[in-house]
Design a binder for this molecule. Structure first.
Ligand SMILES: O=P(O)(O)OC[C@H]1O[C@@H](O)[C@H](O)[C@@H](O)[C@@H]1O
Length: 303
């Protein structure tokens, strides 16, 4: 569908329009008085969210990000689905699954009575998805842009055998200086240390998570509320999750960032990822005709 037809069907006067964005990709722009947001149907990905009171965006997007078919956009909230991390079967399929490199369809938009804006995007299985992952499904992402940002990733099993998957909302939060931020809420949780040399060590977190080297950890049995304290941007980011008991905290630090072609060398200072996931011990099984909804709500508070 061309941009004009998409706007005729989904545009909301003075609030939501469909535009051609970076790399010629179709984007959804929202300005509703409560916040502004940018959503990419390529990847089903929120790229920007800025509440009216906020001086800075909630999210980091790399200047070097790829905005092209078949590539993941580095920044915002990439959707990792139907597997989180490397191909679990080692068949060379894309890391973090295919949802983040897939063209999603715009299914619905609406302006809500509380002033927030609703966007629903989806992917249904077809011969291309089944070539990568042989299951029948309907995947929806529901995004609510208001004073807070809510993202719900809903998997419907449309087949007649159970779906087993891992997944995640891989949020890249913008920070003033990664070396100064603290992630709260994980003290006492055990984590798998993916950045340690050799075998994955299991360690218990004491106090807030801070960054002074590469951090790549899968936390288990995490609470539903986490926060990121950022003394440089003078704000606190609140993350409230639904149906997620695992969380990934990631910052590549100097060398890993340098090795990533879609990041500037200094970018590791400008974001931290605190990811709402189901991974490691938390593999999801969805019976036929059932749904599973993974959710995150993000807010910015001044500190
Ligand atoms: O694919 P992206 O966006 O570069 O993110 C990669 C990172 O994603 C994190 O979730 C993983 O824990 C890291 O191991 C990985 O390097």
């Amino acid at each position: 569908m061309d941009i004009e037809a998409l706007n005729a069907q989904f545009g909301i006067e003075n609030v939501l329009r469909v535009v051609t964005g970076r790399g010629g990709l179709t984007m959804i722009e929202i300005t509703n008085g409560l916040a502004t947001a940018l959503i990419s149907p390529h990847g089903g990905q929120v790229l920007s969210f800025r509440p009216a009171h906020a001086a800075e965006d909630l999210f980091f997007v790399s200047e070097r990000a790829y905005f092209e078919a078949g590539q993941a956009i580095k920044g915002g909230v990439p959707v990792c689905w139907p597997w989180f991390g490397p191909d679990p079967q080692g068949q060379g399929r894309p890391a973090h699954g295919f949802a983040r490199i897939w063209p999603w369809t715009i299914l619905a938009t609406a302006q809500e009575p509380d002033g927030s804006t609703f966007v629903q995007l989806g992917i249904a299985d077809d011969e291309h998805t089944r070539a990568l992952w042989p299951y029948y499904f309907n995947l929806l992402i529901e995004i609510r842009v208001g004073t807070t940002l809510a993202i719900d990733l809903i998997t419907r099993n449309a087949g007649d055998r159970p779906l087993r998957l891992t997944q995640g909302l891989h949020a890249y939060f913008k920070v003033g200086d990664a070396g100064e931020v603290a992630v709260h809420g994980l003290s006492g949780c055990r984590y798998l240390d993916k950045a340690a040399d050799g075998a994955d060590a299991v360690i218990e977190q004491t106090g807030p998570v801070r960054f002074d080297r590469e951090v790549n950890r899968i936390y288990e049995a995490v609470p539903a509320e986490l926060s990121i304290e950022d003394p440089v941007l003078k704000r606190r980011i609140g993350i409230e999750t639904k149906q997620s008991r695992t969380a990934v905290v990631w910052n590549p630090w100097v060398e890993t960032a340098r090795a990533m072609p879609d990041l500037d060398d200094a970018d590791y200072r400008h974001f931290v990822c605190v990811e709402t996931v189901n991974t490691a011990s938390e593999v999801i099984e969805i019976p036929p005709a059932q749904d599973y909804s993974l959710g995150a709500r993000y807010r910015i508070e001044s500190a």
